[in-house]
Design a protein around this ligand. Structure first.
Ligand SMILES: [Mn+2]
Length: 354
């Protein structure tokens, strides 16, 4: 037996795609991996996961044999690094190979741990692209369907919101995910129909660009209804906003309703047209915070006079200058929580750009 990577890779019979369940980027990346598997004539299995389910995912990984494991749109969960490495080591011992494509922040320790694995692992982390774009470039650079999936994923992941198809897919994903959460369904099972269509014929298989409707009538109705309800909920939430001028910047906190994502709310409050409360027009805030009932904080910005990632750092979080996340913790009184948040933002001015 030789230890050469080529010798082992020739035994590869299937692909296991592990991707982020939460957004178009993650699901799009999985669709690209699926098309790659088809192009190579390999069996395909998929596990759509989120942070918090690494223990389950890497237990499954540990039992794989002669499988190419392709992980996309997931960074390393530092708290579970040892568990992840142990699972991957076992799989690699069974003739598996690893390809990990991502665009999140990676610590040196985690990069080294992955690169030290056997069987020539491939780790590509690039912050300039979304995960679906990286998957497209690395795996299927000549496939037009994958190119379009990557384009749509980019539009949602960088919050450009320029493509109807991208907005529609993001909303469809929310509809499916909220339904699965409410009914305690397996997330991968719930997303398989959409993923299958994407992998089969790309965005055009799911969305009719002419009529601007989903080809699946039921899904189309659900998304329309979801958008209507969401608009109502966001208007109601905005009524209850808390505003404060801090370091010359307008900071606005809104309690995020269930069934609405931070991105939805962030997009809503960034448009002046939506900012009418009781007949009064409000300005777009420099810094916008969405506080969830569970105490999670989403940060978005209305101007470039603030840095979301620096603000999020004050709440055990991080992210990008234009979007970030953190955690405030449990609270009962929204107004009191806002005052407390404003206090933290007053104490520090790293988040203010000059
Ligand atoms: Mn992503």
């Amino acid at each position: 037996m030789t230890e050469s990577g080529e010798g082992k890779s020739s035994k590869i019979t299937s692909i296991l795609s592990i991707s982020h369940e939460k957004d178009v980027d993650g699901v799009g990346a999985a669709a690209i991996v699926w098309r790659y598997a088809k192009s190579k004539g390999l069996d395909f299995n998929v596990d759509l996961a989120d942070y918090g389910s690494f223990e389950r995912v890497f237990t499954v990984v540990a039992s794989q044999r002669d499988t190419l494991i392709i992980i996309t749109d997931l960074g390393m969960d530092e708290n579970h690094l040892a568990l992840v490495i142990a699972g991957l080591e076992k799989a690699i011992g069974h003739g598996c190979r690893l390809v990990w494509l991502d665009h999140h922040q990676w610590s040196k320790r985690s990069i080294k741990a992955i690169q030290s694995l056997g069987n020539k692992p491939i780790l590509r982390v690039n912050h300039d692209f979304c995960a679906a774009e990286i998957a497209f470039k690395v795996l299927m650079p000549r496939d037009e369907i994958c190119a379009e999936i990557a384009l749509v994923a980019h539009d949602t992941d960088f919050n450009l919101r320029e493509l109807d198809s991208a907005n529609a897919l993001a909303d469809a994903l929310s509809v499916i995910r909220f339904h699965a959460i409410t009914h305690k369904l397996d997330m991968t099972d719930a997303l398989i129909p959409l993923l299958t269509s994407l992998a089969k014929g790309g965005v055009a298989e799911v969305w009719d660009g002419e009529s601007k409707r989903f080809k699946d009538r039921l899904l189309d109705d659900q998304v329309r209804n979801y958008r209507k309800e969401r608009m109502k909920k966001m208007k109601r939430a905005l009524k209850n906003h808390c505003d404060q001028m801090i370091h010359g910047r307008l900071v606005r906190v809104v309690q995020i309703p269930t069934g609405v994502t931070t991105t939805d709310l962030g997009t809503f409050v960034a448009d002046e047209e939506n900012l009418v409360v009781d007949g009064q027009r409000m300005p777009v805030a420099d810094l916008f915070l969405a506080l969830s009932p569970g105490g999670m904080l989403g940060f978005r910005r209305g101007t470039e006079r603030v840095l979301c990632d620096q603000a999020a750092r004050l709440f055990n979080g991080g992210g990008h200058p234009y979007a970030a996340g953190g955690s405030y913790g449990d609270y009962e009184d929204f107004q009191a929580a806002c005052d407390d948040i404003f206090h933290s933002l007053t104490e520090n001015r790293e988040w203010v750009t000059e």
